[in-house]
Design a protein around this ligand. Structure first.
Ligand code: COA
Length: 542
């Protein structure tokens, strides 16, 4: 028997994702490919299959956990000889350390160095040892008040601030960022004004004196009641999980500058905000405001909240994560992108004759040849013909990104919400291949099996409501792409051919584009070419 550790595979760039379902339990006998857990990212839910058959001997994740690539999901006992030692030799590597967020036990004493000097040590860390300092909040010469944070420690489970037991001047800092400390290690030496000290300070100092004098007596009563404590509530509050962590000095800076950290991107190690993150954010906001660039809809009045139950019976239905993300993305695109939508009808009479003539062959190949692969192919040809559409705006506001690849997203309606998987290199693929890939990726979307990378890298999107009906609609650009095509239901229409009205099968199309990136003339050329190619698919051969 071999014990295998099954890790989270490559998540296609997604960093930390939430476990929304654990599909196995300890003792379960699982098949190869059987789902172990279901993860949910911003864009999709995905099942992580078991790479081999075996028996689950340990579960390393719980529902609600946030995990990333390489984290162990389960330990699996698989049939086979020999390798036990190799994998089982490192059980420590997957053993979760004890949580450090519990209330610490008795705080440790504050030691006195001289009459007005206090050596402030690391207090009891509630069982944790050798804990990393992620921030030193004070410097020599600082005047600090009682309760000000001295350092921030981070265990596997939480961050915690160590407050100053009394106010004073920092004479010496005994620690540095990145160092590891344990209970009793010196943090700072404070100079305290004993004569002017508050009653509380006197208590601490005198307690410290007795702690120094009675070095063997670690339970000096006043010291245990007044020395620095790890506040488990504050430790919990800063351990936020899916969001970034801000140390006290960063939070102070953010407060001073009126910055809401939820809008700031953290660039520090392990998802921490740095002071530079706050400064850069302010700089960017000022720059954007002065250049009039890329407003995010600030100042738009909110839609008032309404109590609908006043008007009749209602129920609250929880939105799926995908729906919430879609709502956010749509608002972002709608508010940031100046949209223009253009409409046209493509004559698909000949295309439909050809498509239907291929029905028998399609059945033989086991694929369904709908109009969509033709539209993909035509859109790819138009993107190659009019590369001004195959661009994105660069974030610096100075450049356009010209793409030399043609990846096209297709909007897929799924029970969990709208998903847009991307078909890569559409220009290099044939109709059969596109038909097959469209069907596979649409099924994957509906089964919640898309990986983040399946939805990345699109240059253009096709949203087809053709099977459902409608004469036309204005699709919202899927930023940072700059254009999207809406497809409505084809219908026979009388079309004037110069001498008569002829029945033709007409497909209503719309193109919405980002008018910052694409001008009207380019759009006119792109669309005219696209409609012409759809109208005569022989053009794809040219
Ligand atoms: N006009 C008339 N009929 C059309 C058509 C059109 N524009 N497009 C497709 N059809 C027909 C197909 O030929 C097929 O008919 P058949 O069964 O007689 O052969 C039928 O409609 C169903 O097609 P469908 O299975 O939906 O395949 P598809 O390739 O057209 O579309 C998806 C695949 C994944 C795009 C589609 O299923 C889907 O999810 N569409 C919704 C997209 C969406 O929600 N967009 C809104 C975003 S805001």
């Amino acid at each position: 028997m071999t014990i295998e550790l099954i890790p989270v595979p490559d998540l296609g760039g997604a960093d930390k994702v939430e476990v929304i379902e654990v599909c196995v339990a300890v003792g379960d006998v699982v098949e190869e490919e059987q789902s172990l857990v279901v993860l949910e990212t911003d864009k999709a839910s995905m099942e992580i299959p078991c790479p081999s058959a075996g028996t689950i001997v340990a579960l390393k994740v719980n529902e609600g956990d946030t995990i990333g690539e390489g984290d162990i999901i389960v330990e699996l006992e698989v049939a086979g000889a020999g390798a036990v030692a190799e994998v089982a030799a490192e059980p420590e590597a997957v053993t979760e350390p004890e949580p450090a967020t519990e209330a610490p036990a008795a705080p440790s004493p504050v030691s006195k160095v001289a009459l007005s000097e206090l050596l402030v040590p690391v207090p009891d860390l509630g069982g944790s040892d050798s804990v990393e300092i992620i921030e030193v909040c004070v410097a020599v010469g600082d005047d600090i008040a009682e309760g000000d944070s001295l350092i921030v420690l981070e265990t596997d489970k939480a961050s915690m601030e160590i407050p100053a037991p009394v106010g004073g001047k920092v004479l010496d800092v005994k620690v540095a960022e990145g160092a590891k400390v344990s209970e009793g290690d010196a943090i700072v030496i404070l100079q305290v004004d004993v004569s002017a000290a508050s009653e509380r300070t006197e208590e601490v100092v005198s307690a410290s004196e007795s702690a120094v004098q009675e070095t063997s007596n670690k339970s000096a009563p006043a010291a245990t009641s007044e020395s620095p404590k790890v506040d488990p509530a504050s430790a919990q509050a800063t351990a936020k999980g899916d969001s970034a962590y801000a140390g006290p000095s960063v939070r102070k800076l953010a407060r001073q500058l009126g910055v809401d950290l939820s809008g700031v991107t953290a660039s520090g190690p392990r998802n921490r905000f740095t002071k530079d993150d706050v400064r850069n954010y302010v700089k960017q906001v000022v720059e954007d405001a002065t250049s009039g660039k890329l407003s995010s809809g600030a100042g738009i009045p909110k839609i008032p909240e309404v109590d609908f139950s006043r008007f009749g019976d209602i129920e609250l239905v929880k939105m799926t994560k995908i729906k919430k993300i879609t709502a956010e993305n749509m608002s972002r695109s709608w508010l940031n992108v100046p949209h223009v939508t253009q409409f046209d009808d493509a004559d698909i009479t000949e295309l439909e004759v050809f498509r239907k003539s291929m029905k028998a062959e399609a059945e033989k190949r086991g694929v369904k040849l709908t109009p969509l692969p033709f539209l993909l192919k035509a859109a790819a040809a138009a993107l190659r013909h009019e590369p001004t559409f195959n661009v994105s705006l660069h974030a610096d506001g100075e450049h356009m990104v010209q793409k030399n690849y043609v990846h096209i997203g297709i909007a897929v309606d799924t029970p969990a919400g709208l998903m847009v998987p991307v078909i890569r290199d559409v220009d290099k693929k044939g109709l059969w291949e596109l038909a097959e890939e469209t069907a596979t990726i649409a099924k994957k979307s509906r089964d919640g099996k898309l990986m983040p990378r399946d939805m990345q890298g699109g240059c253009f999107t096709i949203s087809s409501l053709g099977a459902m009906g409608g004469n036309g609609f204005t699709p919202i650009v899927n930023a940072p792409e700059v254009a999207i095509m809406g497809v409505s239901k084809a219908q026979m229409k009388p079309i004037w051919n110069g001498s008569d009205f002829e029945p033709r099968n007409m497909l209503p199309l719309s193109i919405s584009y980002d008018h910052r990136a694409v001008n009207g003339a380019d759009a006119g050329r792109f669309f005219t070419y696209l409609v012409a190619v759809i109208g005569d698919i022989r053009r794809l051969l040219l």
